[in-house]
Design a protein around this ligand. Structure first.
Ligand code: CA
Length: 229
C-alpha cells in the first residue's frame, strides 16, 4: 500500500554500480526497478511506466542515448523524466545528451546524494505529492510532508487510501483517471483489488471533502473514471 512512493527505474549494466543505486534509492523511500540493458529497460517500461528513469549512457546492445530517444518519442513515456549517467565528460556529449531529450545529466563518478537531489528536483515537477510538496487546488490544500488535508482552512480527516487518491488527483488536476489507473497508482500494481473498491474509496473521499458543504470537487466521468474539477 505504498504506491504513492515514486517509482524509479535504474538502467545500468555494471552490477556494482546498479546495486549501489538500488540500495540507496530504496533507502530513500523510492520503489526501484532495475535493468541491465536497454532491451530489458524497454520491456519493463512497457509493463509499468516509472516516474523517473536513471539511464546509463554506455550499455551493451542498444545505447542509453537510443533508449532515451525512443522513450521521449512515445506518447506513454514522453513525460517521464530521464537522467542520463555517463563517464563522458566532454561538453559536446553533455549537449548531445540533452538534445536527445534527457531532462538532466550526471557525470560519473557522481555523488549519490547529489543524484538523489536531482531526482527530487525532477519529481517535484512531475510527482509533487510523492516528494512531500504542498499542493493546492481551489480551496483544497494537501500537505504531503505532514499528511494533512484542509478545505477552506478546515482540516479534514482522511484515511490513508483516501489521502493517496486525493494526492493522485491533485497532481494532475483535470485529468480523468480510469479505475485501473487509480488501482495502479493508489493500491500498487502488484495488489489485486476489485475495481469496485475504487468506487467505494472515491465515495468516502467525496464525503470527506463535502463534510462542511461546498461544491463537489470530484467529477465522475461515465464509462471513463474520475477527475478533479
Ligand atoms: Ca555502462
Amino acid at each position: 500500500m505504498s504506491s504513492q512512493k515514486p517509482h524509479v527505474l535504474v538502467v545500468e549494466d555494471e552490477p556494482a554500480q546498479r546495486e549501489v543505486l538500488v540500495y540507496n534509492l530504496t533507502a530513500e523511500g523510492f520503489i526501484v526497478d532495475k535493468a541491465a540493458s536497454g532491451d530489458e529497460a524497454l520491456a519493463l517500461v512497457e509493463e509499468a511506466t516509472p516516474d523517473l528513469i536513471l539511464l546509463d549512457w554506455m550499455l551493451p546492445g542498444v545505447s542509453g542515448i537510443e533508449i532515451c530517444r525512443q522513450l521521449k518519442t512515445r506518447p506513454a513515456t514522453r513525460q517521464v523524466p530521464i537522467i542520463m549517467m555517463s563517464a563522458r565528460t566532454e561538453e559536446v556529449d553533455r549537449v548531445r545528451g540533452l538534445e536527445t531529450g534527457a531532462d538532466d545529466y550526471v557525470v560519473k563518478p557522481y555523488s549519490v546524494a547529489e543524484l538523489i537531489a536531482r531526482i527530487r528536483t525532477q519529481l517535484r515537477r512531475t510527482r509533487p505529492a510523492a516528494v512531500g510538496e504542498r499542493l493546492e487546488h481551489g480551496d483544497i490544500t494537501l500537505d504531503a510532508a505532514t499528511h494533512k488535508v484542509y478545505r477552506a482552512g478546515n482540516e479534514l480527516k482522511l484515511g490513508p487510501t483516501e489521502f493517496r487518491l486525493l494526492a493522485t488527483f491533485m497532481e494532475r488536476p483535470g485529468r480523468v483517471f480510469s479505475r485501473d489507473q487509480l488501482l495502479d497508482r493508489v493500491w500498487g500494481r502488484d495488489i489485486y483489488v476489485d475495481t469496485r473498491t475504487v468506487d467505494v474509496h472515491v465515495g468516502r473521499l467525496r464525503k470527506a471533502l463535502l463534510r462542511d458543504g461546498g461544491e463537489d470537487p470530484l467529477r465522475t466521468v461515465r464509462g471513463a473514471g474520475y477527475a478533479l474539477r
